[in-house]
Design a protein around this ligand. Structure first.
Ligand SMILES: *Cc1c(COP(=O)(O)O)cnc(C)c1O
Length: 586
């Protein structure tokens, strides 16, 4: 049973509405309003909210200059180019103009709307806040231009626009939310706007604990990474200058200053009634990072229909006709005949091989085992673990029937070590390429390329350093396409892994070389022999990957958990169990 059909009875109160705030949202393939996983997750969440008919509206920034387009030269040196886009052509302007104060001056903002439409026609509006108005200072007019660009001052101003401006804008629109969901700490300052509303014009210095408790009743916070750089921090000087003395003093009194810095994660933690990490293990890691807070876990997912290749969509439509409305029916993929799995995958692989040829001129083969690795080029993701012993990799390709490896991923413009990882992979690719081994690095990883890769390769590789992968979602996209994972046991894979049924685990060691050894052993002794010598067995693994992981690691299941545990826990149909939910307490 899907909650989508039961939602109305769960939530009879018309005024129960959700406002979802995210610095980035991947809305459509050709709108450069996201940088990577966080934005794709936000977009997938909203697509499922539309499918389920949830009463929800989303807020983000216009990002007129777009996130950057990546170019790689022949040595793997990354250069970045802005991707301005015509928001006027894609979005509809909304009437209200609201003002916020920062640095003791007023900044006006308005918004543009985009409606995501669900399978049954329900609309989820997304409001793109925009400060490019004539009455603003020239510098303030650029505040909503660049996603993750500029310096710390710019970022703090953007977060004021997103959080405080977003609350003011929804108010002006007459959208009264009962739940505010902060997708990562970037949106934490929305709590400050709600607090100012509570005070009704009285100074924050006179706020009582009851006022903070009232704000907390409305707020839900999802933290997304154990990597310290992923948690926004600002100096007290900056915060004092940009937010103002009263606001800073209020945040200070409420435990938001940490190690001498204003920490947006603590802002969100302090003013939320429900906080969660994005996989069971990430919940644990987050509890150890923030022991004074009660932190749950809701494991991420992906929007099933968005990330399933056209060929598999056709098969699912025939075998499980309601899978788009009710993702859990993907469980019945277990009955799809193996030949159909094989032909759908062959079609997706052909599309990928064609795209590689078109983009790079490299002719790959559809009958050769193909590994995919694509994600942000952050150092902890260790794109080059597979090259720990290059000779062994070459030997493995020669002795077992051939190997193709496809890479892709952008490094943040300021991330020099991440850029070095890209150069390293490309350098080795040039050195090692032969008849039996082809390594290709595809430039400018984004939505379309992500879909081609996760749909068309034979295995999805992930080699993060534990425990830094909070969840990871690209392996979930692969699973929907019958592509098993070969991965370090971190993030979602701890939950999705059944050895030899949904993929394989790379053994966890302190020593990187030992982890690489486990990776090679899997390729040499398990994956390559299985793929080339037992194709029927391989297809059964593909099928169980869809049935077990496609049916669970989707944003519909994820949102159902948010509804029941985070958004409207008090409106449960059944009495809450006396014991904490095992899945949440684990
Ligand atoms: C899915 C996706 C991501 C996130 O992948 P992870 O496995 O979470 O690293 C990043 N970028 C793009 C373009 C994606 O489609």
């Amino acid at each position: 049973m899907s909650l989508s059909s039961g939602f109305v009875s769960l939530n009879p109160n018309e005024s129960s509405r959700i406002a979802y705030f995210s610095m980035e949202i991947a809305v459509a393939p050709h709108m450069p309003t996201y940088s990577g996983g966080l934005g794709v997750l936000a977009g997938d969440t909203l697509r499922s909210a539309a499918d389920m008919g949830l009463p929800l509206a989303a807020v983000t920034l216009a990002h007129r200059k777009g996130y950057f387009r990546q170019h790689l030269d022949k040595d793997g040196v990354q250069t970045e180019e802005p991707q301005p886009w015509k928001i006027e052509e894609k979005l509809t302007p909304e009437k209200p103009v609201v003002t916020i104060t920062l640095e003791e001056r007023e900044v006006a903002l308005r918004a543009w709307r985009y409606d995501l439409i669900g399978v049954s026609g329900h609309r989820i509006p997304i409001y793109f806040l925009d400060t490019d108005l004539q009455q603003n200072d020239p510098a303030d007019r650029t505040l909503t231009d660049q996603l993750y660009g500029g310096d710390g001052d710019y970022r703090l101003r953007q977060e004021i626009v997103l959080g405080m401006g977003g609350v003011r804008f929804l108010d002006a629109l007459g959208y009264r939310a009962t739940v505010y969901h902060m997708n990562e700490g970037h949106a934490a300052l929305l709590t400050l706007a709600l607090m100012e509303d509570q005070m009704n014009g009285a100074p924050l210095s006179s706020a009582k604990e009851a006022n903070a408790a009232a704000v907390r009743q409305h707020c839900v916070f999802t933290t997304h990474t154990p990597v310290p750089a992923g948690h926004d921090r600002f100096s007290l000087e900056q915060a004092n200058r940009i937010l103002g003395r009263d606001r800073l003093a209020f945040l200070e009194r409420n435990g938001c200053i940490h190690e001498g810095l204003l920490n947006m994660t603590y802002v969100a933690l302090s003013f939320s009634r429900f906080v969660n990490g994005v996989a069971m293990q990430h919940g644990k890691v987050s509890r150890s990072m923030f022991p004074e807070y009660n932190i749950s876990a809701i494991t991420n997912g992906v929007h099933a229909a968005t990330w399933t290749s056209a060929a598999f969509q056709n098969i699912f439509d025939r075998h499980m006709p309601r899978w788009r409305q009710d993702n859990v029916t993907l469980r019945y993929a277990i009955d799809i005949p193996e030949e159909e799995i094989e032909s759908a995958h062959a079609a997706a692989k052909q599309l990928l091989v064609d795209a590689v040829a078109q983009r790079t001129g490299v002719a790959l083969r559809t009958d050769v085992f193909t590994i995919g690795f694509a994600r942000r080029a952050a150092t902890y993701k260790r794109a080059d673990l597979l090259f720990t012993d290059p000779e062994r990799l070459v030997r493995c390709a020669h002795e077992h029937g051939g190997l193709q490896i496809l890479y892709s991923g952008k490094a943040h413009p300021a991330d020099e070590p991440g850029k070095a990882k890209i150069r390293h992979v490309i350098e080795l690719a040039k050195k090692l390429n032969s008849d039996a081994l082809h390594i290709v690095y595809l430039e400018n990883y984004e939505w379309t390329l992500g879909a081609l890769l996760t749909g068309g390769v034979d295995v999805w590789l992930n080699t993060p350093k534990r425990p830094y992968e909070a969840s990871g979602t690209s392996g979930m996209k692969a699973a929907l396409n019958g592509v098993p994972s070969l991965s370090i046991l971190d993030g979602w894979w701890i939950e999705g892994w059944i050895e030899g049924v949904t993929g394989w685990a790379i053994e966890d060691h302190e020593d990187e070389a030992a982890e690489a050894n486990s990776l090679y052993e899997h390729l040499e002794h398990v994956l390559l022999p299985l793929f080339y010598e037992q194709p029927q067995q391989w297809r059964r693994i593909m099928r169980s990957t869809i049935a077990l992981n496609g049916s669970f690691f989707n944003t519909q299941r994820m949102l159902e958990q948010y509804v029941v545990n985070a958004y409207f826990p008090e409106q449960r149909v059944t009495e809450p169990a006396a014991e904490p939910e095992p899945a949440l307490a684990r």
